[in-house]
Structure formats: C-alpha cells, structure tokens
Design a protein around this ligand. Structure first.
Ligand SMILES: NC(=O)c1ccc[n+]([C@@H]2O[C@H](COP(=O)([O-])OP(=O)(O)OC[C@H]3O[C@@H](n4cnc5c(N)ncnc54)[C@H](O)[C@@H]3O)[C@@H](O)[C@H]2O)c1
Length: 274
C-alpha cells in the first residue's frame, strides 16, 4: 500500500515514539558504541556519559598507561559492558582490528565517536612537513579510516550514528594552528559529504566543534595565556569535558538526535557563532 508521504511519516514517527516508550531506561540503553581517544579528556567524559545512559562500550586509545583502564572502570562502575583496545587510529590495520574486536564483542556498532586527536603549535613558515602530515593523519585520516571500518555493519543494520569531534578552530583558525585547523575543517567537510552519502542507510553523521576545554591536549600553557583565552570568550569560561559530553549523548540518542545530520554543534562558550 502506498500511503501519502505525510501519513507515512506520521505512522513512522508514531512507531518510533512507541518504540522509545517501551525501551529500558537510559537514552542509549543496549546501544554499542566505539569511542576513540577515550583514555582521558573529552573522550573519557563521552565514554562515561554514554555508560550512564546504558551504552555498551568499546574504548580505543593508543596511550600507554592506566588512562584507558581507568575510564573503563568508571564506565563498568555505572553498569556498562566495556571492552578496551589499544590502537593507533591513524593506522589502517589498527583501526580494522579495533572495529573487528567491537563487532566480535557486540555484534554491531551503533555509534562511533571519532574523538582521538593531537595538537601541536608551530607557525607555517617553520613547520616541518612531518608535523603537518602527522596532524592530518591522526586528526583527519583517522576519521575516514574509522568511518570506513564501521560502515558495512551500520549499513547492514540500517542504523548508525557517527559523531566526529572537530574544533571551533576549523571555523576561526588560530596562529600556529594551521595544520590542526586544516585537519578539523577537513573533518567538517568529510562529515557533510558522508552524511549525504549514507542518509538513505539510516546513518547520521555529525560534528561537535568544541571551544577551549580544560584537558591536557594543548600541553602546559602559561597562566596568562589561559586567562587571556578565558576573557576573550563571551561566556568568560573555559569549558570542562563533562560540558561537551551531553552534546554527544544528544546526537547519539533518540529522538533527540534523529533530525541532525551533516551538522556541526558548537559547545564553545560563544567564541564562534557561525
Ligand atoms: N581540549 C580542547 O580545548 C578542544 C577544543 C576543541 C576540540 N577538541 C577536540 O576534542 C577531542 C578530544 O580532545 P581532548 O582535549 O580530550 O584531548 P586529550 O589530549 O586530552 O585526549 C586525546 C586522547 O586521544 C588519544 N590519541 C591521540 N592520538 C591518538 C591516536 N593516533 N590513536 C589513538 N588515540 C589517540 C590520546 O592518547 C588521548 O587519550 C580532539 O579531537 C580535539 O581535537 C579539544
């Protein structure tokens, strides 16, 4: 039977809302999610926020040390089923192995958060090509590799939520940050193109472009530099990772995230108002 489009949509919405009402509590209950760069900072906060909403998690990071285990412990303490993989997301074989591990464990990947990144500071005139290449590899190529690895499973399931962590610097740039800004602008362009490519497969693809957030990413900054940044922000406040994580929960959840695709959401203290 061919229903007129408006009626078909209404019926679909009704079914969706009924489904939501009958689900167990937790916005992401039972959903399997891969979060990269989860050993600390924004990735760790997103992992914990997802765990609190009932997601099952595959946490990925290349860092040596206890960070990944500590994030995993916090997530399992919230009742989440968690597995960890040590992998460098700029490397094709590491990404393939990490996603295979998640698929073996959970059978599907419903949500992918591409969060891992590096940041260095160097003006273009002095920048070694290797620094530029490494930033593009870790901050942009990794997004392509991780998306490519999860797409077959998402397409088969007819469902997927991909969330790419960009940066407000993609939109405004910054001195000494041309390589990072270019990689993050690439993430936004990649997101928009992929969003159009996979919309018919039930997959949404979005970006979060945070403003300055208090994490170890930028290394040790002079207190005067931090204060100058703070004062330049309309909200006069540098954010914390727990203020970014809810945007990821929104994009991953239903019905809150349903109508976003190809978008860039900016928890940025008002610094950029695109
Ligand atoms: N902190 C900020 O002010 C800010 C602002 C805008 C955007 N962001 C973005 O948010 C995301 C998280 O940043 P953060 O501030 O939490 O950084 P962070 O340095 O605290 O954490 C990044 C994590 O990614 C991991 N990682 C780095 N390279 C990796 C690789 N090749 N493979 C696997 N893991 C790798 C690190 O080991 C680390 O655990 C990044 O995409 C960053 O660009 C951060």
């Amino acid at each position: 039977m061919n229903l007129p489009a408006e009626i078909a949509n209404t019926t679909k919405e009704h079914r969706l809302l009924t489904d939501i009402a009958s689900r167990p509590p937790g916005l992401l209950a039972g959903r399997s999610a891969v979060v990269t760069g989860a050993a600390r900072g924004i990735g760790a906060a997103i992992a914990v926020a997802f765990a609190a909403e009932g997601a099952r998690l595959c946490l990925v990071d290349r860092a040596e040390g206890d960070g990944l285990r500590e994030t995993a412990d916090r997530c399992s303490g919230l009742g989440s089923e968690v597995t960890t993989v040590r992998a460098d997301v700029s490397l094709e074989q590491d990404v393939a192995a990490a996603v295979e591990h998640a698929l073996e464990r959970f059978g599907s990947v419903a949500v992918l958060v591409n969060n891992a990144a590096i940041l260095t500071n160097c003006r273009v005139a002095q920048m070694p090509a290797a620094m530029f290449d490494e930033t593009i590899a870790v901050d942009l190529r990794s997004v392509f590799l991780c998306c490519r690895a999860v797409l077959p499973s998402m397409t088969a399931a007819g469902y997927g939520r991909i969330i790419n962590i960009a940066s407000q610097l993609a939109l405004k740039g910054g001195p000494g940050l041309a390589h990072y800004s270019a990689a993050k602008a690439g993430v936004i362009g990649f997101t928009r193109a992929l969003a159009r490519e996979v919309a018919d497969d039930g997959i949404t693809v979005n970006c979060i472009a945070p403003g300055p957030i208090d994490t170890p990413l930028a290394g040790d900054l002079a207190p005067e530099q931090v204060e100058a940044t703070r004062l330049s922000l309309p909200l006069r406040r540098i954010g914390v990772p727990e203020e970014v994580a809810p945007t990821a929960v929104l994009l991953a959840s239903e019905p809150g995230g349903n109508l976003y695709t190809g978008q860039t959401l900016g928890p940025n203290s008002g610094d950029v108002m695109p």
